[in-house]
Design a protein around this ligand. Sequence first.
Ligand SMILES: Cc1cc2nc3c(=O)[nH]c(=O)nc-3n(C[C@H](O)[C@H](O)[C@H](O)COP(=O)(O)OP(=O)(O)OC[C@H]3O[C@@H](n4cnc5c(N)ncnc54)[C@H](O)[C@@H]3O)c2cc1C
Length: 510
Amino acid sequence: MQRNFSKLSSGGKFDVLIIGGGITGAWAAYDAARRGLHVALVEKSDWASGTSSASSKMIHGGLRYLATYEFSLVKHSLGERALLARLAPHLIQPVRFALPIYKTDDVTRLQMKAGLTMYDWLATRKSPAPKHEYLTRKQYRKRYPYIRQEGLVGGFTYGDCQEDDARMTVEIVWGADFTGATCVNHCRATELLREGEKVVGAQLRDELTGEETKVHARTVVNAAGPWCESLLPSGGKSRLTRLVKGVHLMMPSLPLQDHGYADGMLITNPDDGRVVFLIPWYGYTILGTTDSDYDGSPDALGVTTDEEDYLLDIANKALAQVPGVQHWQRKDICGSYAGVRTLENVEGKSASKVSREWALTEPLPNMLMPIGGKYTTAREDASFIVDKVVSKLAIEAPPCTTAKRPFPWAPLVGGVAGYKAWEAQAVKDVINAGVEAVIAKTVVKRQGNQLPILLDLIAQDPSLAERVDPAAPFIKAEAKKAKLYEMAVTDEDIYRRRMPLWLLSGDHRD
Ligand SMILES: Cc1cc2nc3c(=O)[nH]c(=O)nc-3n(C[C@H](O)[C@H](O)[C@H](O)COP(=O)(O)OP(=O)(O)OC[C@H]3O[C@@H](n4cnc5c(N)ncnc54)[C@H](O)[C@@H]3O)c2cc1C
């Protein structure tokens, strides 16, 4: 995948110009290219540099949306969770969440049981995640010694899945590029081109050189996420959307034992009823998220000390003081990040009460603008966008195929058993090439079928098998490959998104 700004001006008139290289734009570009459309995808910064690298990294149904009776959203998300886990076994893995019950809880054991039974039922039989189970106090204590024990009466576990979000976006962009789309990062749409009311393209600027070009397209998709309204004539003042901010902290790992699954935890804050997660990720623990209305610019996002204290306080109340878990303080935060989701603006409703349902709008003739959504459902949302593009173009085009096709970097090995055998051999190859055994599986999963490229780089220079930083499971060959083959231009592209080193190393905080 090579960056080539001039391909945008030499590409003639595109069928569709997609503005915004988060997961929504990426899937839309990949899907449209697979249907034979002439596609351009532009991103003002780097792939997944917006919300798509600031998520909770979960591929999930959204257990908490059962509490707001959003059953169809949950069912739909669980269906996509199963599909994505099948299409991308290298990228998506199950996590088992602890849901402890205390004497003081408002929600009863029966209510929890009902919710979790519903969650498993909505997930159908093909669920990639473990089903819920109940454990007695003694069993719970044994499995989760790091969970607060006072008042514990037992608890549940339930299953979901997780991913590396920025890695997923770059893989899908790579798929779009490979299928013929012109994909250019560090390329900003500065203005929409109009013929009368109709949107017919955009003025684009290469953010690396300052070069400008006009690109004409039969349809335009504004997938700019939290920035989408800034492209409208009102300059962002029309308030079709509202922004909701979420903050995550990267904390040390919990003293987990291997019970066959990565273990996370769901905590309800007794003070305000808000739910936060502890999620294992690359040997660390993601603690998040907050959920608050945000009025500022998406470019000025940051994590405040109040937000840090809020999350640390919830976690400290939920965790036991056992060896390996100290009372977390600000100095223990290894990294942090903030993101904003875009929701349809509903006056008078708080952030957590507004529906997370996705919507496709057309605020200007010939320009589609998705609002809201989730990583988990972005593939299917994109298929609706491309259906609409095809109908606007009034052309014959095949239907969406992304539900049937393994991810671009998925090893084509046939089913779960085939994948496991492939992974076992790939881990051996990586260790033989000189990579530390303890991080070999992580390297393999991050690369999928791209692994031979990585092994070639190491064969040319064996020092590339070393870790980039002792604090994180990434190797130097991955950084080199990111630059050569994954369109990473800046250090931030490489060390924040192609590999999330800056999130883990404690050197860079939002
Ligand atoms: C805190 C938080 C946690 C979340 N956790 C989860 C989760 O665990 N699981 C899940 O399924 N979903 C989750 N989500 C939702 C999910 O992350 C989002 O739905 C998804 O990332 C949105 O992607 P997007 O492509 O629409 O927007 P974005 O990722 O924001 O992409 C928009 C892109 O457009 C670019 N852009 C903007 N203006 C221009 C311009 N003028 N020219 C060119 N490019 C431009 C931006 O740089 C940006 O990269 C979470 C969301 C938040 C906020």
